[in-house]
Every structure is written in structure tokens, then in C-alpha cells.
Design a protein around this ligand. Structure first.
Ligand SMILES: Cc1cc2nc3c(=O)[nH]c(=O)nc-3n(C[C@H](O)[C@H](O)[C@H](O)COP(=O)(O)OP(=O)(O)OC[C@H]3O[C@@H](n4cnc5c(N)ncnc54)[C@H](O)[C@@H]3O)c2cc1C
Length: 465
């Protein structure tokens, strides 16, 4: 412990997207600070490398609070400080040019996630950030200004600890300020196994139940999905919990050997998973005719029966659906695809309309944490100040990224959350050492918003919240 390299100004635990961003912004704000990134993994950035199918979907063309599952006004403040435009400029300054795809997703022009990781690591190195992998943090204690004695949980706020004592596998270090960026539970082999939540609980925080989100869904093996494996199509998915519709969205679904995947499934999954995890009845209904309900489908079938009475139903539907889907669906629903439209009985017509627009997916489970891209749940946002991500429980502690109870939809939003919160905390922690600018000066949004002593928002009407 006498080793000065273990007496840090700022320790950042977790060197994922959020931790790397925080380190860069802190070091840029206050050159000369002794900053170390501690990560339990043997290699830094494994999750960035596999993200976006190995291409890293860095952010989205338009990022709005509605893209996140979290209080709207809170996310709005975070994005106001560092939005997608700033992220694009920031990456350009790091030498990473981004391109926009038709979906609005932004990727590096190299189509290679390594470009993003290397740019972040190079910048950390240039700025003198001490990168320590193989440093799995096991315990954190607050220390007071009397020289190292622990501050009790109850007195933590009043006592205002002057630092943190951090124990990792093979040693200890101290830090005056501490940023926690330990992520969630998705893809645990990258090092993100949820252990960071146990650490912040010892520092006074709560953690809401955590659930897999952006996860593929496994269907009953007797369903038709295996025969459609590889087919992708646009659908509308409606999620019902205890019979009430809680979510509806349209997008691309991919049939796979195990069930369903693709953006629309991944986005819908959190609602189904959360309901199931909490013992509630949940179901997802699929309309294979995006945006059309039962009534619209039946009307369409009647109209086609008048227009082309001799055409077989399978042929008529091939204008709207892939052939393999028609075959699988009719086999599943026991409908003869060769029946001419004029000979469809009312009952069969209604059965087809039901199959086309109210197809219930027989979901068994989500595909597991190795396939879920993010975590729903975590440390409630209300326990953190939106101005700088500082803990309201333990001064000098900052929480960022996926460990917070905020998950974005698919499309680059989760990385944007990591960059934005990393920016706020990195800058905030650096400025606590005395700096050139005020935290409240990020822009009009921050200047015009009053906060209570505890940091809660006071001007919800301004944001329409
Ligand atoms: C397969 C996959 C693809 C994805 N693709 C995209 C995409 O293209 N676009 C997008 O926006 N989002 C994507 N995401 C989501 C995105 O990767 C995450 O939301 C984001 O990486 C979270 O960043 P983070 O820094 O908060 O946490 P993480 O990236 O999870 O980093 C946490 C770090 O903390 C370390 N750590 C944890 N506990 C400890 C401890 N006790 N001691 C020391 N270190 C510890 C871990 O080793 C890890 O390095 C994807 C996720 C997955 C799994």
C-alpha cells in the first residue's frame, strides 16, 4: 500500500465501454490525475469486440429518451450533456469515422469493432491512464480523513469519505474518487457477471431485480420455426402480460433452429422475460402482416376471393409472405394451401386470418445470459445525480453504464448510454479535484433545470414529464 502506484486519484472499476469513456474524459479534463482502470478480465474490451456482430454499432442516427426503458426526464438530461452528435464528433477525434446504415445504426467505416476498441485503448494510453486487467475487485470500503478507518454505512453521507480502499485478487489500492462501471450480467464470460452490484450494495445502494433483455427466444420444439430457419421477415409483435397488452412493435424477425431472434424479438423480449421472472402470465402474439389485425386480414382475404376466386390461397399469400413461411404456417394450422379462394369456408378463412395476425409464439424461455445483449434492472437512477452520475448515497462514488437500471432498445442505444454516462462521470470526478468549468454548464438543459438538495428534478413540466 505504500507503493504510490496504488494511491490513486481516481479508480475506475470495469474497463468496458463506459469505464473506458470515463477514463478518457477524466484524463482530458484534468491532465496529471493518477487514474487507473481495474478490470477482472484477462483482456480488455471483449464485449466491444463481439458487439454488433463484430462490427460494433457505436450509436444511432437519432437517440431519444423513448429509446430507453428508464424515466424519460432523467435520460433526457443525460443525453443533453452528451448526445449522439457529440459521440460522432468524439469518435472522429479518436480517428474513428462512422457511417450510417439504412436502419439508422452507426458503425465504424471499417466495419470492424476492433477499430473502436483500439481507438479507445490508444487514447487511454496517450493520456497516461493506468490499464490493469486481471484485477477483479472483491471489496470496497470508504475511508475517512482520519487516516484510513472505515466509515459506517449509516454515517457515510455525513462523514463524506475522503477515499476508497479497494481490494482485488492479489492486492489493494486506494482512490480519492471511484467510478463503478462493472456492467450487467450479459455475456458473463467477458467478465460482466453482476459482481459490481454486490460491491455497490456495500456502499449503500439498492439493486432492482435484474432480467435478461435483448434476448432471442426459445420456442417449443414442435412448433414450425425449425423448418423456417434462416428466413427473416417483417412482423408486428404484441406482448401481453396477464391478458393486457404492454408492448407492440414492428420490425424484422428471424426464424432460427431454436426459435426466434432478430431486432423486433430482441426488443420485445424484456417484457416477456420480466413478466415470466416475476411469475406473471405472459404471451407474445405475432402478426405476419405487419400492422394488420384479424379484421384487416379477413377483409383482405374476402377481397382476394372476389378478385381471384380460382387462385389457391397459398399463391395469393405468396405476394405478402415468404413461401417457406406459408408452407410452415399452413402445416401448423392444418390448412390446405391449394384450396381455391372461392372455396374457402368461413371457418377456414377466419382460421387463416387468425394464423396470419394472431399467431401465438409458444415461448419456453429466453436463450440465456450468454445470448442476452443487455440487462434490465440494476441500480435505480434516482440514487444517482444526473448532473455527474455521482452517488447520492456515497459522495465521491459514481455509477455508469449498464449497471444502472436503464436499458436501451437494439440499435446502438446501449453504447450511447455508456458513452454519455461515462462522459458525465469522468468529467464530474475530474472536476471534483478543482477544475476549469462547472458541471452545470453542459448546455441549456442543465442550466435551466433546478434540482432539490437530493438532486431530484424540480422542473418536470419543462420536459413534459
Ligand atoms: C453480444 C453483444 C452484442 C452487443 N452489441 C451492441 C451493439 O452493437 N451496440 C450497442 O449499443 N450495444 C451492444 N451491446 C450492449 C453493450 O455491449 C453494453 O450495453 C455495453 O457494453 C455496456 O457497457 P458497460 O461498460 O456498462 O459494461 P461492460 O461492457 O459489461 O463492462 C463491464 C466491465 O467490468 C468488468 N468487471 C465486472 N465486475 C468486475 C469486478 N468485480 N472487478 C473488476 N472488473 C469487473 C468486466 O470484466 C467488464 O470488462 C451488445 C452486447 C452483447 C452481449
Amino acid at each position: 500500500m505504500n507503493d504510490s502506484s496504488n494511491q490513486l486519484d481516481l479508480a475506475i472499476i470495469g474497463a468496458g465501454a463506459a469505464g473506458l469513456a470515463a477514463a478518457i474524459f477524466a484524463a482530458e479534463e484534468k491532465p496529471g490525475l493518477r487514474i487507473a482502470l481495474l478490470d477482472g478480465a484477462s483482456r480488455i474490451g471483449a464485449k466491444i469486440l463481439v458487439s454488433g456482430g463484430g462490427r460494433c454499432n457505436v450509436t444511432h442516427d437519432v437517440v431519444q429518451p423513448d429509446d430507453f426503458n428508464a424515466p424519460h426526464h432523467w435520460v433526457k438530461h443525460v443525453l443533453a450533456a452528451f448526445d449522439e452528435r457529440r459521440a460522432i464528433k468524439w469518435f472522429a477525434s479518436l480517428g474513428v469515422e462512422l457511417k450510417r446504415e439504412a436502419t439508422g445504426k452507426l458503425f465504424p467505416v471499417t466495419d470492424c469493432a476492433r477499430t473502436v476498441l483500439e481507438a479507445l485503448l490508444n487514447r487511454c494510453e496517450q493520456l497516461g491512464v493506468d490499464m490493469r486487467c486481471g484485477h477483479r475487485v472483491k471489496a470496497i470500503h470508504c475511508i475517512d480523513d482520519g487516516g484510513g478507518s472505515a466509515v459506517s454505512a449509516d454515517n457515510r453521507r455525513d462523514a463524506c469519505p475522503t477515499g476508497f480502499d479497494i481490494t482485488f485478487g492479489h492486492g489493494r489500492c486506494t482512490a480519492k474518487q471511484l467510478i463503478m462501471a462493472t456492467g450487467g450480467r450479459s455475456l458473463p464470460k467477458t467478465g460482466s457477471d453482476g459482481s459490481g452490484w454486490r460491491l455497490v450494495e456495500t456502499l449503500g445502494h439498492t439493486v432492482t431485480p435484474t432480467h435478461a433483455a435483448l434476448a432471442p427466444l426459445v420456442l417449443e420444439s414442435s412448433f414450425m420455426h425449425a423448418s423456417l430457419s434462416g428466413v427473416s421477415q417483417d412482423v408486428t409483435l404484441s406482448t401481453f402480460v396477464e391478458g393486457k397488452r404492454v408492448d407492440q412493435r414492428t420490425g424484422s424477425l428471424l426464424w432460427t433452429h431454436f426459435g426466434v431472434s432478430g431486432p423486433v424479438v430482441m426488443d420485445a423480449s424484456r417484457h416477456w422475460v420480466m413478466a415470466k421472472d416475476t411469475g406473471r402470465r405472459a404471451a407474445i402474439q405475432c402478426s405476419l402482416l405487419p400492422g394488420k389485425d384479424f379484421g384487416a386480414a379477413e377483409a383482405m382475404l374476402l377481397e382476394q376471393a372476389n378478385r381471384q376466386p380460382k387462385q389457391p390461397i397459398g399463391k395469393v399469400l405468396s405476394v405478402a409472405l415468404p413461401q417457406r413461411v406459408i408452407e410452415g404456417l399452413f402445416k401448423h394450422g392444418e390448412v390446405n394451401a391449394t384450396t381455391p379462394m372461392s372455396q374457402l369456408s368461413r371457418e377456414t378463412r377466419r382460421r387463416v386470418a387468425h394464423l396470419l395476425t394472431e399467431l401465438e409464439l409458444p415461448i419456453v424461455k429466453h436463450r440465456g445470459w450468454n445470448y442476452a445483449e443487455v440487462t434490465a434492472g440494476g441500480v435505480p437512477l434516482k440514487e444517482v445525480r444526473f448532473q455527474d452520475m455521482q452517488s447520492k448515497k456515497t459522495p465521491g462514488l459514481y455509477l455508469i453504464g449498464e449497471m444502472l437500471d436503464c436499458d436501451g432498445r437494439i440499435g446502438g442505444f446501449n453504447f450511447q448510454w455508456a458513452w454519455s454516462t461515462g462522459y458525465l462521470a469522468g468529467r464530474g470526478a475530474a472536476l471534483s479535484f478543482g477544475g476549469r468549468s462547472q458541471i452545470a454548464g453542459h448546455g441549456a438543459a442543465h442550466e435551466t433545470t433546478e434540482t432539490t438538495e437530493s438532486g431530484d428534478l424540480r422542473s418536470p413540466t419543462k420536459w413534459g414529464a
